[in-house]
Design a protein around this ligand. Structure first.
Ligand code: UDX
Length: 442
């Protein structure tokens, strides 16, 4: 199959590279000439484990290339995937569809023969029908179909998620489009991964429902964590006990400083908006959004308590700024709310992250970047773990405690325990949904 992938952002790039690894001939197109030049020089503009090697392999095999020329990429393509951004529109929570529509129009202008125009970007229910109308209007004599094929990739595990998906959702209107999509995903059919073929609207809806449900699980456990702190329960034990019930499942029950990233915040807001437009109140999703906003304020209060009520002149070491490990992505990361509150309160903040510095330098002005956690903790009054990178999971806490001015830790990802902290010589340790420990002043 010949595939044109429009948009080389996270989704487009991972999908394009993985499709080429299936054996298809893929041209990835982007309007940004710098990005295309970078890709053509063999560099991947995002941090995703394994992606550079997979890209090099498929470029070398002649199945994958990068181009600014959409027209040439569409020529002879069996399918054109739209994988451009759908950011939250300012002010109204709507997914901004201008890039999706612009891509659809360009595809329509370029296409000569039958092709399937597949939307991979997360789009509100009904968008694929709008895409169809637009293409029909732009190219009245073109033979084409539209398909919805939402992605469920997690950053940091995207290749694995693409190659071994829990399921693939395909929304189509015709048998012909279903056949093309089946051919594209044939390697997964052959390995018995479930492919669910539906109408357009159900495929579009599934993406929002799945992401909102996962976000709900996180906000739920974060709320339970707040209660655990009050009643003396341990949220890790509670989550374990809950998760062993097969009907609930153990995933996405890790309490933390709130969800972030490119999908959950944006998609929950868009779903709430779709509900409003259709006069169906999405009360659960609206509450999930509120709980996730509030939790960051709760985190700031936690840190303030550890700093005896004031950040003024405190040296605070922050480990992790990305929204989760194994990515350089900082979109809606809890650090974007928490770090400015520390700096705004007068703290001297040291920042350290295995991949986040490049983005973080612009987004967190006023912080001082250091190489590693040991450097960060020199004379510090508080150590804050914000992202659970593997690099932070096995620190020598004794050395850290000795380096600190006041050995206090806020472990906002629950990767250590009060016992670990006490043994290492920490004065205080607080985490999420577990009893804090604090040495009585002698
Ligand atoms: C998510 C979905 O998992 C994926 O299917 C979708 O296509 C895109 O959005 P991603 O944003 O890459 O993927 O990250 P994910 O691993 O799902 O984590 C999202 C956020 O939730 C992170 O901020 C993470 O720290 C937080 N999270 C996740 C928790 O706080 N607790 C958990 O138990 C799980």
């Amino acid at each position: 199959m010949k595939i044109a992938m429009i948009g080389t952002g996270y989704v487009g790039l991972v999908s394009g590279i993985c499709f080429s690894d299936f054996g298809h001939s893929v041209v990835c197109v982007d309007k940004d000439p710098q990005k295309i030049d970078l890709l053509n020089s063999g560099k991947v503009p995002i941090y995703e484990p394994g992606l550079d090697a997979l890209m090099a392999k498929n470029v070398a095999a002649g199945r994958l290339c990068f181009s600014k020329d959409l027209q040439a990429a569409i020529d002879g393509a069996d399918a054109a995937f739209i994988a451009v951004g759908t950011p939250t529109r300012r002010g109204d929570g709507h997914a901004d569809l201008q890039y999706v529509m612009a891509a659809a129009e360009e595809i329509a202008q370029a296409a000569q023969d039958y092709l399937v125009v597949v939307t991979k970007s997360t789009v509100p229910v009904g968008t694929n029908r709008q895409v169809k109308q637009l293409i029909r209007k732009t190219a009245p004599s073109l033979e084409f179909d539209v398909a919805s094929n939402p992605e469920f990739l997690r950053e940091g595990a995207a290749i694995e998620d693409f190659m071994k998906p829990d399921r693939v959702m395909i929304g189509v209107q015709t048998e012909r489009a279903a056949e093309v999509m089946e051919e594209i995903y044939r390697p997964l059919y052959l390995r018995d991964f479930p492919i669910i073929t539906t109408d357009l609207e159900s495929a579009e809806m599934t993406k929002y429902a799945a992401n909102a449900f996962l976000a709900t699980k996180i906000s739920f456990i974060n709320e339970i964590a707040a209660l655990c702190e009050k009643v003396g329960a341990d949220v890790k034990q509670v989550a374990k006990g809950m998760g062993m019930d097969n009907r609930i499942g153990s995933k996405f029950l890790h309490a933390g400083p709130g969800y972030g990233g490119s999908c959950f915040p944006k998609d929950t807001k868009a779903l709430a908006r779709i509900g409003q437009e259709n006069a169906v109140a999405m009360q659960i999703t609206e509450t999930v959004i509120k709980v996730n906003d509030e939790i960051k304020r709760r985190m700031i209060q936690k840190l303030l308590d550890l700093c005896d009520g004031s950040f003024k002149d405190k040296i605070i070491a922050v480990l992790g700024v990305t929204f989760k490990p194994n990515t350089d992505d900082m979109r809606d990361a809890p650090s974007l709310t928490i770090v400015p509150a520390l700096i705004g309160g007068g703290a001297k903040v040291r920042l350290c992250d295995p991949q986040g510095r490049h983005e973080g330098e612009h987004l967190l002005p006023g912080g001082r970047w250091v190489e590693d956690p040991y450097q960060a903790s020199q004379n510090a009054d508080l150590l804050v773990i914000l992202t659970e990178w593997n690099e932070f999971r096995a620190l020598d806490l004794k050395i850290i405690a000795r380096k600190m001015n006041q050995p206090k830790m806020a472990d906002l990802r629950n990767i250590y325990s009060a016992k670990d902290a006490r043994k290492a010589g920490f004065e205080s340790y607080d985490s999420i949904g577990r009893e804090p420990f604090s040495k009585e002043p002698s």
